[in-house]
Design a protein around this ligand. Structure first.
Ligand code: GDP
Ligand code: MG
Length: 454
């Protein structure tokens, strides 16, 4: 990943006294390769490198930072310059309803993001109305309906006949009727989910342009799949050339996320990234913070986001009680294990959590480990613990062969999987014990992070 690569080039700078033309060049070459591998657009990468070079050479004279720190600072500043320094503001129309047009290719995450956006807006006290104008795929309209129902958001379905209403005229009619509905029923925001194609085509662009003219949206959000890298950038450009997008939503950042798409889309369209999609669930969605992404790209981790999420989602008293119990030597039971799993699951997918860990120091390797985590297994582990009796959960020592067989059957897994879990739990219990007895510092740090240290 870009993170690893930059980390490595910075490492090679370490131990050298000052920035020289030569070591700057070495580092820049690595950084350039890393950017390109992360799907940063060629011209964007080249511009960035030239900026960094100019600043690095200028900076080499007098500063307290060592060369590696200098380059980190310069690269981080330049990335921030590209991404914009502030969290993008959301634009509202002076006369409600504010219209948000969702644009993008099929499969990019428009429908999912429409639901997420509605959820987010509702949390902010708004009354969004959703409408799908994808008249070409009845299943797509149905999908939005299901999404809307699952998040308790209003949806406009309108009078629409799948047999005949499959043209741009029907799209515009639906859009207009939805707008009226929003106004009449005091919805301050109308979110319009549109049809996508597998590739850019004229018909799609014409229809989007007609929708724009009809609805005069405050926001045209281009939804991009972060996993598609360079392709996302090209389609962002095509949509922007025709529609002048006002922002972008980068989805699937929970996958093997590449910071590259964010950089390039911003640089090429000038439009800010406004939100990130970090999972399939309606609340796996967050406003885009440029400084956090830069931290992630540079391997400083995204601890700010993680802590914020933990703050919001975790039951603090439970976490504290757990820490006290596990670390103070009372032992770590399977019951505790299950409770931990449940708490962690509230934070989002394991992969998205791991990605936010710093890739340096004691956390090195964690991000790589994250790519191998099997989310499904997580659910199975919980099922296995559920199949145990409370007595077994509190004292795993009594779980003999026949109990293992029974538990496996109850959870619908192989006995081997139960064995693996018990072994894993045993290791964790041992680890907590050592942390509790020996690792005074680690314990204090954990406790104070969990709010139980005072
Ligand atoms: P559309 O065709 O643009 O409307 O795309 P959809 O909203 O139907 O999404 C396509 C697929 O991507 C679905 O399976 C979604 O569940 C999935 N998806 C959307 N956003 C995210 C995300 O942020 N993370 C992950 N992991 N999957 C996502
Ligand atoms: Mg869709």
């Amino acid at each position: 990943t870009l993170t690893d690569k930059l980390q490595r080039s910075f490492k090679s700078l370490r131990g050298q006294g000052t920035l020289t033309d030569e070591n700057i060049n070495d580092a820049l070459r690595d950084i350039r390769v890393a950017l390109l591998e992360a799907d940063v657009n060629l011209t964007v990468a080249r511009d960035l490198i030239e900026q960094v070079r100019a600043k690095a050479i200028g900076a080499s004279v007098a500063t307290a930072l060592n060369p590696s720190e200098q380059i980190v600072k310069i690269v981080s500043d330049e990335l921030l310059n590209v991404l914009g320094r502030d969290t993008a503001k959301f634009k509202f129309a002076s006369q409600p309803p504010t219209v948000i047009l969702m644009a993008g290719l099929q499969g990019s995450g428009k429908t999912t993001s429409s639901g997420k956006l509605a959820t987010w807006l509702k949390k902010g006290g708004h009354r969004p109305l959703l409408v799908s104008v994808d008249v070409y795929r009845p299943a797509a309209r149905e999908q939005l309906k299901v999404v809307a129902q699952s998040v308790g958001a209003a949806i406009y379905e309108g009078a629409y006949d799948a047999a005949t209403d499959n043209n741009t005229a029907a799209v515009l009619r639906l859009a207009k009727a939805a707008y009226k509905e929003a106004r009449n029923f005091a919805h301050d925001i109308l979110i319009v989910d549109t049809a996508g194609r597998l590739g850019i085509d004229e018909a799609l662009m014409d229809e989007m342009a007609a929708l724009k003219k009809e609805l005069n949206p405050s926001e045209i959000l281009f939804v991009a799949d972060a996993m598609t890298g360079q392709d996302a950038v090209n389609s962002a450009k095509a949509f922007n050339d025709r529609l002048q997008i006002t922002g972008a939503i980068l989805t699937k950042m929970d996958g093997d996320s590449r910071g590259g798409a964010a950089l390039s889309i911003r640089q090429i369209t000038g439009a800010p990234i406004k939100f990130l999609g970090t999972g399939e669930k309606p609340d796996a969605f967050e406003p885009f913070h440029p400084d956090r992404i830069v931290g992630r790209i540079l391997g400083m981790g995204d601890i700010a986001t993680l802590l914020e999420r933990a703050e919001e989602k975790l039951d603090k008293s439970k976490a504290t009680a757990f820490a006290q119990k596990a670390l103070m030597g009372d032992g770590f039971t399977l019951d505790d294990f299950r409770e931990q799993l449940r708490q962690i699951k509230k934070l989002g997918s394991i992969q998205s959590i791991m990605k936010m860990m710093p890739s340096v120091g004691p956390f090195a390797g964690m991000q790589q480990a994250a790519s191998q985590v099997d989310e499904k297994q997580f659910g199975r582990v919980e099922a296995i613990i559920n199949s145990m009796t409370q007595k077994e959960r509190l004292n795993s020592a009594i779980i003999n062969g026949s109990r293992r067989k029974r538990i496996a059957k109850g959870a619908g897994v192989e006995v081997a999987e139960v064995n693996r879990l018990l072994k894993q739990h045993d290791q964790m219990a041992k680890m907590f014990k050592t942390m509790g007895s020996g690792g005074g510092k680690m314990q204090q740090r954990l406790m104070s992070q969990l709010g139980g240290g005072q």
